[in-house]
Every structure is written in C-alpha cells, then in structure tokens.
Design a binder for this molecule. Sequence first.
Ligand code: PMP
Length: 449
Amino acid sequence: SYEQILSTRKSHLTPNLVAHFKKPLVIHAGHMQWLYDHEGRRYLDMFGGIVTVSVGHCHPKVNRALNEQIETLWHTTNIYMHPKIHEYAERLVAKFPGNLKSVCFVNSGSEANDLAMLMARLHTGNQDIITFRNAYHGMSPYTMGLTAQSTWRYPLPGISNGIVHVMNPDPYQGIWGGDACRDSPVQTSRSCQCQDSCQAGVEYYNELEQTFKYSLPRGRVAAMFAESIQGVGGTVQYPKGYLKRAAELVRANGGVFVADEVQTGFGRTGNHFWGFEGHDYVPDIVTMAKGIGNGFPLAAVVTTPEIAATLGMALHFNTYGGNPMASAVGLAVLDVIEEEQLQRNSLDVGTYFLKCLAELQQRFELVGDVRGKGLMVGVELVSDRLTKAPLAVPHVLDIWETCKDMGVLFGRGGLHGNVFSFRPPMCIGYEDVDFTLNTLETVFDQHMK
Ligand code: PMP
C-alpha cells in the first residue's frame, strides 16, 4: 500500500533521495508522455525523469530492442567485443561534426564528466579546470568540484583542487542583460536590438578574458566545461557568440573545451541535435547521458582520436559501459528520434510552448522570465519584476504541487528553486502543451487571489 511504501522508504532508503511534494508520488507505470500513480491516476510528465525519458516511457520500439537483446546476450564487459557496441558507436559518432569520432561508453553523466576531466588533464598535461557558477556537472567526488552550487557540494577535502568557477553569463539574473542575447523564438519588451554582437555577450566575454589574464596561473588550463543551456542552474541560456569565443580563448591558453550535453543533447533544443551547434562552435570533448538511454543507464564521452589516444596510456576500465543491453537501447533511441522526427517536434511544439508562455507572462506579474529552446523550457517566478527577486519558496512549492494535483508534473531549478523546468519526452503534442498552459493559468490565477 501507499503507506507501506512511505514507511519502508523512511526506514530502509538513505534520506538523500528527495521525495518531491508534501504528498509524495508513487509511480507504478508509464507510457509515452504519461505516468500512472498507485491509484491509476494519470499525470502528464513534463519533466521526463529529469530530461531522461527522451522518446517516451516504455516506447514500444525501444522495449522491443531491449527485449530482443535480453534474450540474446546481456553482458560481456569490455574485455570481449560484441557487435552491438560497434554498430552503436558508428551510429552515434556519425551524429557529430568535425573530428569528434571516438567514443567511450560509461553509465552516468557524472562518470562521463569524470572521464572528460581525466582526458583533458592527460591530453594537455595541465590541471586547472574552469566551470561556471551555478553549473551542475555531477555528484561524484571529482565532478562535485565542477558543480558550482552549494546545494550539491559536500565539504570533502580537495574537491576544489584545480577547479575555478567563473562568472555565469546569465542574461536575466546576471549584471549584463538583454533578451536578444539568447537564441530564443520569444521576443519580449526586454529584447535588446544588438543581435549577434550583443553587448552583454561581449561584456561577459571580457570578464572571462580578464580572469585568464590576471587571475589564473598562466599555462595551467586543462579544460573549460559548459552546459549548452544550463539545466539544473535554471535553464540559463548564454549570450550568442559567448561560448564560441570562450572556446577559442581556452584553446589559446592550452586547454580544451568540453560541452556537457547531458541535458541538451539528442534533439532536445529543437533546431540542432546538439546544444553546442546552437552556439556555432565545435567542442573538443562532448559528454552525454540521460536522454541517450531513455532511462536505461547509459552515458558517453565523444572526442577526437588525438584526445582519445591519451586513454591508451592507462588501462581505463568500467564494467558495464556500453554493454549489449545499453547499446541496443541506445541504437533504438537514435532510430526513434530519426523515424519519428522528434527533434523537429521538439522545435515545433517547444516554440509553440514558449510563445504561449510569453503570453502568460504578460498576464501574470509573478512570471519574471520565460526562456529556453525546443523542449528545454524554463519559467522563472519572481516576487518583483523589477528587482527579479525570487518568489518565496512556500509559494513556489504551493503552485508546483497544485499543478501536480491537477495532473501536470515538472521540475524546479535555479539557485532559489524558483525556475520551473519543463523537459518532457520529445513525443508530446500541442494538446499536451495546452493542458500544461491551462493548468498553469488556473493555478497562477488562484495564487493571485
Ligand atoms: N551534467 C548535467 C548537465 C546534468 O544535468 C547532470 C544530472 N542532472 C549530470 C551532468 C550528472 O548526471 P548523472 O546524474 O547521470 O550523474
């Protein structure tokens, strides 16, 4: 029973697993964009298990591929070869531009970023790694150092060794603003007119350049990591042109550039398969997880053969990475994204969602900002539009839980947890967006009364 599950959880599961909501949800089943609780109640999943269910819960084609593999071969570990991993590696690297042609499979985003750190350090012979404030790159002891939000950091000795957090180029909450800096289908009254050479982007870049010039020890940079759109940090979109210039700066200083595509990959942002393509540059290393496996534990690091060669210096090993089941699922996920044109759907449905949300913003003072691309959408709730002060947590929680009670699930991000995060399976349709918008409208209305 529901009560039993709650009590077992309390007595036998470590308390780090955060149960969302005052009345936690127990999910028994899922189908495409829908989840079903212990009483059979249906919820629209606008969060996709934190950007993970990319093509739909229990998608029939992915299920079939996994079932077939289960009947054939589960596991060999990477001391033997199996055909699936080779077929999959070829298909996956074909999705990348430039010389990004070598892949190493692992099991989670944290592991992928750990490996990217290792590769960057071995390849460059340098130690220092730069990430943005508010970034989230994982929770392993190594990647916890990259992650730059106190909430996700424990006081472990040495986690900050060799890691530098720099100013987050956030056009909404940061000190230099202007909506037009970000690549968005939504134009608002804040939109500046400077377009591609946006002044905010230039200011943020100058700030980074100053850090390189005056603060960092010279010639020690191994890598800079960036999410193409900051996910956990609150769907933060960087100014146009910024990441491209940052990558050039890092390379000029002897480092490599790592794109963390854990949230933004696999067509999520709509007009590109990878988020970095929206920033018009090609990274040296790309890390991916979550959407790659639609919920199956699978992650990867893709890089150039030159950087990959550094792993030949050591016996780098993990037991499960790219095992036959994971590879079969990964292949099926790529098939489904292509066959069902989910990237295109992400763009169309996501753009519609963003435009409707911008209208909602006109009507409700508490909607401070609407941003994102494709089906990676953020809505920042504020108590004051002028100061952009976050809406107080109890109010945010109240709105969030009422939406859940009305059948719509989504996440929360940002330093104050006041940015609603929408990352649904990419199979959702316009009617699902309408349902979400109607729900938000009703709940915002109630809240204003
Ligand atoms: N990078 C980003 C951008 C993420 O959002 C996350 C997870 N939220 C990770 C890395 C870590 O992934 P995992 O939880 O699979 O270790």
